[in-house]
Design a protein around this ligand. Structure first.
Ligand SMILES: [Zn+2]
Length: 420
């Protein structure tokens, strides 16, 4: 009889704890590790590739020309195009969050902006005829890693503006010294590349056409070994797959390790698009994203109704596990399914570092991995083997509102309005 093991989960986590950028050879390697692991307990695995836009930065520089001369270290902003080989020279304007007031005088200039680029904001930069932009990132008080970012097709369908990222600590110096004219050089190759979803399934013994989908993304952000986000979720659902493989449930369980989540949920959106016709049979999505921290707090973000929230809350108390349960959306792979009306739940443990080079194994505990895996299994087992399926295809009005706002931020308001 199989049992959940935090040690085994941790060992698998160790084997994929390296930077796993979408469509990189490392992401591919991790996909194969997960696929092979699935086969060790007798399941078949399938790898579905999907195309994403990728890039390679060849040159990225920033020089201040007036009223003083200096160069600052920058990273090219992926998929924003290239400047002429000799670069782009223009007046510099600090526009803070790039609102309408500050953008009114931005035409033909290189703008410096605070962190955060929604599709709507990017569209505004295009309309304001900005020549180039510099985005800052990181704390003002120390020099860490320069953010390595890219835009998506949801942005660049509006046009391209060559851009670079710099440290906020450097931007502070540049603004303080009143830099007024700068030159940026950006040269990059842009191309389509393959990312991958890894899929495994166990057919239900009584209701094979009712599917509960378990999700976890296995890609990481730059500089990060993605132990917490989300190698941990990946190995937790692997433990569940092992349990269900040992004792097939009444309903079908499907496990999907998503690629390219960190670029904007690209793996799960690709899955939903590719399997559009089969979405009716997916009854529920159980997603794990960020878990296993020695320190932290357990959270369940539920994109469903009050009944589901009550169930999870009660079960957590029965199991003696502190869990903050909320009806809300979570920026993870349950979103594309929710967009199609499929309810979901996201299990997370917030606290240990994410999205930087400090997201490492050192902060992850085998015992906490085991605790989360055991709880998610207990809950999933109750749902998957229920005599009467306990999750309606329903979301509260609050959840729907938050989902709409999330999708507007991701895709731009105009697109969402057209859909209504
Ligand atoms: Zn994540």
């Amino acid at each position: 009889m199989a049992r959940i093991s935090g040690r085994r989960a941790y060992r698998l986590l160790q084997s994929i704890a390296y930077e796993r950028l979408a469509a990189s050879p490392e992401e591919t390697k991790a996909a194969h590790t997960l696929a092979e692991e699935v086969e060790t307990f007798g399941l078949k695995s399938e790898i579905e590739t999907f195309k994403i836009w990728d890039y390679k930065i060849k040159t990225a520089t920033l020089e201040v020309l007036e009223p003083f001369q200096a160069t600052y270290e920058v990273k090219g902003y992926g998929l924003t195009g290239s400047t002429a080989a000799q670069g782009l020279e223009a007046e510099l304007l600090y526009v803070e969050d790039a609102g309408d007031v500050n953008l009114q005088n931005a035409a033909g200039k290189i703008i410096l902006m605070n962190e955060g680029l929604t599709v709507d904001k990017y569209e505004k930069l295009i309309k304001a005829k900005v020549a180039g932009f510099i985005m800052m990132g990181g704390p003002v008080w120390e020099r860490g890693d320069i953010p390595q970012r890219s835009i998506r097709d949801t942005h660049f369908k509006h046009g391209k503006i060559p851009a670079v990222s710099m440290l906020t600590a450097d931007a502070f110096k540049m603004v303080k010294r009143k830099a007024s004219k700068v030159r940026i050089v950006l040269q990059q190759d842009e191309f389509e590349a393959d990312s991958r979803n890894v899929i495994a399934e166990i057919k239900g013994t009584k209701y094979p056409n009712e599917v509960i989908l378990f999700g976890a993304h296995y890609d990481s952000v730059p500089y990060s070994s993605g132990a917490n986000d989300n190698g941990a979720g990946s190995v937790i659902i692997m433990e569940l797959a092992r349990m269900f493989a040992d004792k097939p449930p009444l309903r079908t369980v499907r496990f999907v390790w998503f690629g390219a989540e960190e670029l904007g949920l690209l793996g799960s959106f690709a899955y939903v698009e590719k399997h559009e016709k089969e979405l009716e049979e997916i009854k529920y999505v159980i997603n794990v994203d960020v878990a296993g921290g020695f320190l932290g707090k357990n959270v369940a973000l539920i994109t469903a109704n009050e009944r589901v929230k009550g169930h999870v809350e009660t079960l957590a108390r029965q199991e003696g596990l502190e869990m903050d349960t909320r009806l809300d959306v979570y920026s993870s792979d349950s979103i594309p399914f929710a967009d199609k009306g499929i309810p979901g739940i996201n299990f997370c443990r917030f606290g240990a570092p994410i999205h930087n080079r400090h997201d490492v194994l050192q902060y992850i505990s085998p015992a906490r991995l085991e605790e989360m895996a055991a709880f998610v299994y207990k809950y999933a087992d109750a749902v998957v083997n229920a005599k009467f399926f306990p999750v309606e295809r329903e979301m509260t009005d609050g959840v729907k509102k938050n989902l709409k706002a999330y999708l507007e931020r991701r895709n731009g308001k105009s697109k969402e309005e057209k859909k209504d």
